[in-house]
Write a protein that binds this ligand. Structure first.
Ligand SMILES: [Zn+2]
Length: 148
């Protein structure tokens, strides 16, 4: 843990030193200051978050925690958008328009399994399956469901 703080301290001091002229003494003082601030911050944070992501500065890669229970997001009549909580029959167009997200980005952002969490409600995927069947396409490309 301490080495992580040291690394961060060095990064901050270095970037600061490159912008302003610090004497060696000022530099040492700054290192001490930043180190103690970071250490105390880390103490507080580690109480809240059990396992923080060691990768820093990569916001896109951070998995967000959905505010809605995952078992509630894919329902018979609707799917819930984890970004804004809206309920819709299908999310794909909404994600693109409202949040500028592709389905792949959406899944990555929340660490979701696309197989378990489709972007359409259950009724809709069932209709699509039936429609495809009527058109004579069979069930190719659609997952077969055990229950009817
Ligand atoms: Zn949304």
């Amino acid at each position: 843990m301490a080495s992580e703080v040291l690394k961060l301290t060095a990064q901050i001091v270095m970037s600061h030193a490159s912008m302003s002229e610090l004497s060696p003494k000022e530099l040492v003082e700054e290192i001490k200051d930043i180190y103690s601030i970071l250490s105390s911050l880390e103490g507080e944070i580690s109480l809240v978050e059990a396992a923080p992501d060691p990768e820093q500065g990569k916001e896109a890669a951070v998995v967000k925690k959905p505010s809605i229970p995952l078992e509630d997001i894919v329902k018979e009549k609707y799917v819930v958008c984890l970004e804004c909580g809206k309920k819709m029959r299908t999310l794909k167009a909404h994600l693109r328009k409202a949040h500028k997200l592709t389905p792949a980005e959406y899944y990555r952002q929340y660490g979701l399994d696309p197989k378990k969490f489709p972007l359409v409600c259950k009724e809709y995927s069932e209709q699509r399956r039936k429609l495809a069947k009527e058109k004579g396409l069979g069930e190719r490309g659609f997952r077969r469901k055990a229950k009817t």
